[in-house]
Design a protein around this ligand. Structure first.
Ligand SMILES: [Zn+2]
Length: 144
């Protein structure tokens, strides 16, 4: 199975095997380390746009911030979902404090906000953290 992650330096979209979690992924072009937690990739504004437009899999994005308690509590749930649903979705998180320009195009008013993109378009969104089972059920709705 594999996931997709934009390089934080050159923004090339990398295909990453998720069967070998122990190995730290690096960009195939510039060899920069790709920041991943479990199978969740950290993206900036440019990386997010690249990922949404180029990913062959639907992309689930967690818009969060370090000062947001519910966001921090939800992070392990998001990582668990990324392991459970690996190969079906790409999981990404964007720090809206470090990269506010990454959230601006989507008119996000509260965090955490979770969004799903398919073929470059928003498919659905949800505000607020959710328990793992509810989150996975929400992701599965309307998916093949
Ligand atoms: Zn690179």
């Amino acid at each position: 199975m594999e996931t997709y992650a934009p390089c934080p330096s050159c923004h090339r979209l990398n295909r990453i095997s998720i069967d070998s979690e122990a190995r730290k992924p690096v960009c195939g072009v510039c060899k920069t380390g790709i920041p991943m937690h479990s199978q969740v990739v950290e993206v900036d504004a440019v990386g997010l746009q690249k990922l949404i437009r180029k990913s062959p899999l639907p992309v689930v994005v967690d818009f969060w911030a370090p000062w947001c308690g519910p966001c921090r509590m939800f992070a392990p749930t998001f990582e668990q979902a990324s392991r459970d649903l690996g190969g079906r979705f790409v999981f990404a998180k964007l720090n809206t404090e470090a990269h506010p320009e990454g959230a601006a195009p989507f008119g996000i008013r509260s965090i955490p906000t979770l969004m799903v993109f398919e073929n470059g378009n928003e498919k659905k969104r949800q505000s607020g953290a959710a328990p793992l089972d509810a989150f996975k059920a929400w992701l599965a709705q309307g998916s093949v």
